[in-house]
Design a protein around this ligand. Structure first.
Ligand code: FMN
Length: 113
């Protein structure tokens, strides 16, 4: 019988608040994914050292571009995602959205490659 393909799940979320409820929930969801056989990784937005996204800048123009590239590589690695961020005034928090915008809009991001 062929071996099932390994499924890789990336979790992104949390908040700057300690303790973060959304981070707790995200960890629980990743644990459930692991129990179902997935390999998981977690990106806690409070640990991220991302600048604010700047849409006319190229990746290499950011001073910490190697760090940003490593962050984007995690998205390439994943087969699927679990996002868990707080609602601030009716939308996901700014720290979460900034991370997501880097992934989805940066010219070096997987969506463009
Ligand atoms: C600035 C701010 C704005 C918020 N706006 C909303 C909102 O619009 N709707 C809502 O249901 N909760 C809102 N909340 C509550 C948070 O979404 C909620 O407490 C969340 O669980 C916090 O997650 P965390 O523990 O991961 O920081 C707001 C909280 C803050 C600090």
């Amino acid at each position: 019988m062929p071996k099932a393909k390994e499924v890789k799940i990336l979790g992104l979320g949390g908040s700057m608040r300690k303790p973060s409820h959304t981070l707790t929930v995200l960890k629980m969801a990743l644990e459930a994914a692991q129990q179902s056989g997935a390999t998981t990784d977690l990106i806690d937005v409070a640990e991220l050292e991302l600048p604010l996204f700047y849409d006319t800048k190229r990746l290499e123009d950011f001073p910490n571009s190697a760090y940003i590239q490593a962050f984007l590589e995690k998205f390439k690695w994943a087969d699927g995602f679990i996002f868990c961020a707080p609602t601030y005034h009716g939308t996901p928090s700014a720290s979460f959205k900034n991370a997501l915008v880097f992934w989805s809009s940066c010219p070096a991001a997987p969506i463009f490659t």
